[in-house]
Design a protein around this ligand. Sequence first.
Ligand SMILES: *Cc1c(COP(=O)(O)O)cnc(C)c1O
Length: 406
Amino acid sequence: MTMIFVDAAVSSPLDVFSEDAVSDQVDISGHLTSTFDDVVENAIFEHPTLVMDVNRVEQQYYALKAGLGGADIHYAVKANPAPEIIERLVKLGSHFDAASRGEIELVLGAGASPSDVSFGNTIKRASDIAYAHAAGVTLFSADAIEEIEKIAQHAPGAQVYIRLIVESSEADWPLSRKFGCDRDMAIDLLDRARALGLDPVGLSFHVGSQTRKASMWGPTLDEMVKIWDAAKEAGHALSLLNIGGGFPAFYGQDIEAPTDYAASVMDQVRSRFGEVARVMAEPGRGLVAEAGAIVAEVMLVSRKSSRDLHRWVYLSIGRFSGLAETEGEAIRYQITTLRDDDPVGPCVLAGPSCDSADVLYEKQPVLLPMTLKSGDRIVIRNCGAYTSSYSSVGFNGFPPLDVLVI
Ligand SMILES: *Cc1c(COP(=O)(O)O)cnc(C)c1O
């Protein structure tokens, strides 16, 4: 195996500390020309590192866009805020869904136009609303009277859309009742927005993250169109439907191809809503998850007693350093090792920190090679979404997840 030493603190072009045989992979300026796969398989990293393939993000953007047709893609920045990804998406003409001042600064700094940025968090600081308004952002979300009042005060005249609660989620990672309001409240909010001089343009919802099948959108869209029609009857000429995220990534269970999935969602939207002037989609996971892999290592393989059925495999990455979505074992990442040709057996998979919650998979054990041992390289596939952005700054002295974009 060719060893490539990469300083992950430096993103592309890669700085390479070459050993013997890397010269064939280094161009005349001394920079690595290696592909994503080469880096994921061969590069030596000091710490667990998320390697992102920005060309793969581009490919996925076009695939989703092909299915979404006239709908605007507002990338949900929180899924992966790496500046190289934001910059590429700006070049491709993507719009953005930002959740905070920090995310707005990030996308504007990468060249996004403020008119292409929506401030989609329903829980915003008043000073962040004022900042966004001053920066030229004109579209805000709300699900509460007090939020409407904050927006009216700090972003007078802005466009607002109302987020609805979705009860019918079949998502692997549902977004619960934290966001949204019910139908009657939504109409009150539209009225209130208009009374306060805002421009109430539409409605939004989120079917829940990792909604594996497009057909699972049906019940939610059925609910939404009733509210849409009720709002129209109440005198609101709505022009904006924000269908949120939920577009899935491959984690081992079958999913539809992104273009087919997006086209099917749009068909379902059209058949219920007819022609809506402006449809927004906010993919996060579906745009970036499959473009990333984490390179980490095995720290320890052990048994708790000589009669223990399962091995415990402890990795250098865990719940607090990027794998938060293993909570409830909801998202099951694909793990590959250099020993995948050897016989496999079940194990409990855990992270390295001194917190008993830092167990990744236990209820449903993971099959890994019986020969696995400490120091082995492991690769966690399709984890470009909600990993770097969920990594703690240094719980237990473990550094946050390094990110390398190529
Ligand atoms: C997180 C989020 C998204 C992205 O959801 P995915 O399931 O990752 O596509 C979209 N819209 C809003 C408002 C969000 O909070």
